[in-house]
Design a protein around this ligand. Structure first.
Ligand SMILES: O=C(O)C1=C[C@@H](OP(=O)(O)O)[C@@H](O)[C@H](O)C1
Ligand SMILES: C=C(OP(=O)(O)O)C(=O)O
Length: 407
């Protein structure tokens, strides 16, 4: 489905309810599979969470998790310690290009049996569930935090817990803290000090009710809309001031772009104060919140300002090579972008070409990041249904704000 987004000059302010965080949900789904008395509220309706639940319910040998990175990584660890179970874990073409070796090596250190079905280091993988023979593991921490969260999630279900030593510069740290916080919420003890994570065993039945906060990465697109519209006053639920999600750094980042965030009764209200000259800090390091990089770059492009983002090394192995994809699509619209392995510089643009068709590369965040540009120009978004990976109601919510789309 390709969508046309006509150019609009102002939005209809309203209140939106965003679905639960897919990151929190997918952690809690694994924990509920290990501790069935756990209950979860505000579960994400994302494809990635639906696929995770389906995989956990499945008794088939072949489990296909399509594009869902967290499902791929968390289920690798989950099935690896499920004694007596044989699973072939596979995914989409892109998933078969997303590395898994660091996690597989870590699980092998524990005595788990995992082999590659096709290319060494990549899914699909065949997993023969085994009981670990040690509780100590070391792994490289600068490629994806999901490998670390995967180990943490299964740790307490093992007789001696796990002591995980992280090597190298740790990336996407808030996601590791999110895992630790959710473990604590369900009654599992653990620490993350220096480069060592220790999770205590807990073999008792845990029965806790956990309410998932709504998804801050999804909220980022409304920050972008607010920054590009003069009259923005958008309310979104349900959020907490003390979030586990690193992408809540949006509050501070978008202050530089004139957006004020107010919390009230678990909602946030975004207002465009227009009081600041829009300008990001000279260098913005996004190694702690990689998923909002696309949103920020496109907002700056729409505002006609430049930006310099660093800490983007993980973007190349996500749903697509997001650095290349951003450069290609922004340059189609008349902008100029310079990328390296881990940085992106956007030059200030004084015009945006109209009626350009944005390719989305099977990446939900490409579709959602470019949509706010309707406040500047008319554009097309290709394969617009990709948004369902994290935010199936995205286009419906955009329509509620008066951004009408036609196919
Ligand atoms: O643990 C998680 O829920 C996630 C961790 C991040 O991945 P990396 O640690 O690979 O950067 C993030 O990009 C992804 O969308 C979700
Ligand atoms: C990178 C993402 O997801 P995952 O790695 O879980 O596929 C994302 O949602 O932006």
């Amino acid at each position: 489905m390709n969508l046309k987004l006509p150019s609009i000059s102002k939005i209809d302010n309203t209140t939106l309810q965003i679905t639960g965080s897919k990151s929190e949900t997918n952690r809690l789904l694994i924990l509920r599979a290990l501790y069935p008395n756990i209950t979860i509220e505000n579960v994400s309706n994302s494809d990635d969470s639906v696929l995770m639940q389906k995989a956990l319910n499945s008794n088939e040998t072949i489990v296909d998790i399509h594009h869902a990175g967290t499902a791929m990584r968390f289920l690798t660890a989950y099935f690896a310690v499920k004694e007596g179970r044989e699973t072939v874990l596979t995914g989409s073409k892109r998933m078969q290009e997303r590395p898994i070796k660091i996690l597989v090596e870590a699980l092998r250190q524990l005595g788990c049996e995992i082999t590659y079905e096709k290319e060494e280091g990549y899914p699909p993988i065949r997993i023969i569930g085994k009981k670990p023979n040690t509780n100590k593991v070391k792994l490289q921490a600068n490629v994806s935090s999901q490998y670390i969260s995967a180990l943490m999630l299964i740790a307490a279900s093992l007789p001696d817990g796990l002591i995980i030593t992280l090597e190298g510069k740790v990336t996407s740290v808030p996601y590791i803290n999110m895992t630790l916080n959710l473990l604590k919420d369900v009654g599992i003890s653990g620490t993350f000090e220096e480069n060592v994570i220790t999770i205590q065993p807990n073999l008792q039945a845990l029965s806790k009710n956990v309410i998932v906060e709504s998804d801050w990465s999804s909220a980022s697109y409304f920050y972008s809309i607010a920054a590009l519209s003069d009259n923005a006053d958008i309310t979104i639920g349900s959020f907490k001031e003390e979030s586990y999600q690193g992408d809540s750094s949006l509050i501070e980042i978008y202050k530089h772009l004139g957006i004020q965030t107010t919390f009230k009764n678990h909602t946030i209200t975004l207002k465009n104060t227009k009081s600041t000259t829009c300008k990001l800090p000279e260098v913005l390091d996004l190694s702690n919140s990689p998923d909002i990089a696309q949103t920020i770059v496109v907002t700056c492009f729409g505002l006609g300002i430049g930006c310099y983002l660093t800490g983007l090394h993980t973007l190349k192995i996500k749903e697509t090579d997001r650095l290349e994809a951003l450069k290609t699509e922004i340059e189609k619209m008349g902008g100029q972008v310079v990328i390296t392995q881990d940085t992106l510089r956007l030059m200030p643009a004084n015009s945006i070409k109209k009626d350009i068709s944005i390719a989305t590369y099977n990446d939900h965040r490409m579709a959602m990041a470019f949509a706010p540009l309707a406040l500047r120009t008319s554009l097309y978004v290709e394969d617009a249904n990709v948004v369902s990976k994290s935010y199936p109601d995205f286009w419906a919510d955009l329509n509620r704000l008066g951004i009408q789309t036609t196919s």
